[in-house]
Write a protein that binds this ligand. Structure first.
Ligand code: PMP
Ligand code: GLU
Length: 414
């Protein structure tokens, strides 16, 4: 319980009473956890700003500038006075462009009224959880997972039920492990391909198996495809493209943050069966109204732009991934498979933990304090004994940062 000290004052007479109230926060407040990934990024940035030589492998955002044509479109929108309320679910042209893109690039049949544009994919996921999950519903998650799903499921009153994808399977979920977790109360499954933090990209067979499980047990599928454009030697497949009966129970979530280096613009979307999209839009009416009008004009430009700008960023990430892996492989005993997508390595550091530095949390702290390298402890993603290391840093910093990590790990095994 939270006891608030409330000030009740008669300032003019100089009398100022304080009373201890019994007001308490809602039960939901217990699930309002600060984002540990954002916190680590903020800590690294603050250290850098204070002059410390910190290399950040913590950030979950591209280090590239937002492409110029996107910025220009938003500038133009402001200059033209496009700065007022607009339709809650997003401007018509943007919903049309997203529906078209989902059709052309993802093979998802989709009409504009099935698209709801929100303040980032995180917001779209939140809307999905709020509209699909009732108190007590069980929701399947595949560990390691992006921690936000867990919190959002709980914020909707749901119960996250975790199935584990193993490193030995390159973090591709085993269908029998998923089946075991299904109960009569299971209502939905959350998927994330390409996956943060593992980089796993689910292939057609896996997606087909998950889809038939969802059909058999009458589950909603929420599929977060925010990293769809960042795949290396793999093909991204949208589960909603597997057939109309799958699309009818799937919410596909995507956005601009990762593909177009637009994290601060806060534009994401959900594409859902019409009744779900309608509910999400009405819900958004009560919560935020429209996402920022001129940011949507920027997003419209992003979805209409030729794909070669995105492709250049993808290629640079692939080069960095290969460079980082090559540097990691110089560290004796470190096992680093090559992730197929996103921009993270999930590195197993279990062999380097000891009595003094006994957890991934402790190791991440040592790395930051002693080596000036920011990473995210795997425990945050339900992957204890691992560190998430992102390659959204320059090639030079990747070399320097991994060398520093190697020095710390070498000391750990002595
Ligand atoms: N999904 C995943 C898997 C993510 O890593 C992130 C991180 N930003 C998001 C969704 C949210 O993206 P957005 O910036 O669009 O809210
Ligand atoms: N998704 C990013 C990450 O995993 C940003 C953090 C967040 O949105 O919580 O680092």
């Amino acid at each position: 319980l939270f006891a608030a000290i409330a000030g009740i004052g008669d300032y003019s007479s100089g009398v100022y009473l304080q009373s201890v109230t019994t007001l308490c926060l809602s039960s939901r407040a217990a699930y309002a956890n600060p984002s540990p990934t954002l916190a680590m990024t903020a800590k690294a940035n603050a250290l850098k700003a204070s002059g410390a030589d910190v290399i950040s492998f913590a950030a979950g955002e591209p280090d590239f500038a937002t492409p110029e044509p996107i910025c220009q479109a938003a500038h133009r929108a402001i200059d033209e006075g496009f700065t007022k309320y607009c339709p809650t679910a997003g401007i018509k042209e943007l919903r049309e462009a997203i529906a078209q893109k989902l059709h052309d690039q993802n093979g998802i049949p989709c009409s504009p009224d099935q698209v709801v544009v929100s303040c980032g994919a995180k917001h779209s996921l939140y809307n999905s959880a709020q509209m699909l999950i009732s108190p007590g519903d069980e929701v399947l998650l595949i560990a390691p997972y992006w921690m936000t799903y867990y919190d959002q499921i709980q914020l909707a009153g749901g119960v996250p039920v975790v199935a584990r994808a193993e490193a030995a399977d390159h973090f591709i979920p085993n269908i029998d492990a998923l089946k075991e977790k299904i109960s009569p109360r299971t209502r939905a499954i959350f998927l994330n391909t390409p996956c943060n933090p593992t980089g796993a990209v689910y292939g057609r067979k896996t997606l087909e198996e998950i889809a038939s499980l969802a059909l058999r047990h009458d589950l909603w599928i929420v599929c977060d495809e925010i990293y769809e454009k960042l795949v290396y030697g793999q093909t991204h497949i949208s589960i909603a493209s597997l057939g109309p009966e799958v699309a009818e129970r799937t919410v596909t979530v995507g956005g601009c943050s990762k593909s177009f280096a637009m994290t601060g613009w806060r534009i994401g979307y959900a594409a859902a069966p019409q009744p779900v999209a309608k509910a999400m839009s009405s819900f958004q009416d009560s919560v935020t109204s429209n996402p920022t009008s001129f940011a949507q004009k920027g997003a419209l430009e992003a979805f209409k732009m030729p794909l070669d700008t995105v492709e250049k960023m993808r290629q640079e990430f692939e080069t960095r991934r290969d460079l980082m892996r090559a540097e990691f492989l110089k560290v004796e005993g470190l096992d680093v498979p090559s992730p197929g997508g996103a921009f993270y390595f999930l590195v197993c550091v279990q062999p380097y933990l000891n009595d003094k530095v006994s957890s991934d949390h402790a190791l991440a702290e040592v790395l930051l304090d002693e080596a000036g390298v920011a990473t995210v402890p795997g425990t945050v993603f339900d992957a204890p004994g691992y560190l998430r290391v992102s390659y959204t840093a320059s090639r030079d910093n990747i070399k320097r940062g991994v060398a520093r990590i190697a020095d710390v790990l070498a000391k750990q095994i002595i």
